[in-house]
Design a protein. Structure first.
Ligand code: 6PG
Length: 231
């Protein structure tokens, strides 16, 4: 667990960590894979990552989840990443593997599962770097408390919701947890309680706890407030 004085210091450290992991992966195999998160927490880290010396021509960029909205909608996780990282870093289009949420949760999940399986061998996708945030209820990506524990070996699942809620598509905890390096990001007072519950590790029903049980490469990145060290 890494705790930082403030959000910007944490964002800089995350950018350094991700850039270093991607560089090592490219050195190992010639390419690297990065899974981006949605929500608001990662944005400052992605902005800092855009200025790090990464060879983006060798990095495949994926998403851990997406809302079922057009890619230019305000709720789109792709749109946030495009503005914070992908456009400023000039990541080649052919390296971007967007979840096509706009086609609906089931078809989008099927397509993404197929895409991942053409690019990743093995029982689970071994992404080099995965970044996730955590919700106050302990959800990660779009795996929410009460969702099925197992997805029957699938890597990607539809998350169907009735309006006005937005349906989503999400990688499963097994797919996320197989990462070589998994960064869990949390900042601010709103997250202090869920961070403490997650680190206690006693509530096995919480997706973030279930993810931690699957992910030996997991590192928490927190600011002091989310870590409960300051108010
Ligand atoms: C999403 C995210 C979701 C997010 C958490 C935390 O698509 O909404 O994948 O899992 O990471 O809800 O969101 P904040 O960073 O905005 O607090």
């Amino acid at each position: 667990m890494w705790v930082f004085e403030d959000v910007e210091a944490m964002a800089a450290a995350i950018a350094d960590c991700v850039a270093g992991e991607l560089d090592q992966a490219v050195g190992r195999s010639g390419t690297a894979s990065l899974v981006l998160a949605g929500g608001s927490t990662p944005e400052s880290s992605y902005r800092q990552l855009a200025s790090r010396p990464v060879d983006w021509s060798r990095v495949d960029v994926f998403w851990g989840d997406e809302r079922c909205v057009p890619p230019d909608a305000p709720e789109s996780n792709y749109r946030m990443a495009l503005g914070a990282l992908l456009a400023p870093a000039r990541v080649p289009t052919e390296r971007l593997h967007r979840i096509e949420g706009e086609v609906g949760p089931r078809l989008a999940a099927e397509r993404y599962e197929r895409l991942l399986r053409t690019r990743m061998a093995g029982d689970w996708p071994r992404f080099d770097v995965v970044t996730v945030g955590v919700g106050e209820d302990g959800h990660v990506a779009s795996v929410f408390p009460g969702d099925a524990e197992s997805a029957g070996g699938r890597w990607v699942v539809p998350v169907e919701r009735d309006a006005p809620e937005i349906s989503r598509v999400s990688l499963t905890l097994d797919a996320l947890g197989a990462a070589r390096r998994l960064l869990v990001l949390a900042t601010g007072a709103r997250k202090a309680q869920i961070v403490a519950r997650a680190l206690a590790g006693k509530e096995g029903a919480l997706p973030v706890v279930r993810l931690a049980q699957r992910a030996p490469g997991l590192i928490w990145f927190l600011d002091r407030v989310a870590a409960g060290e300051a108010s």
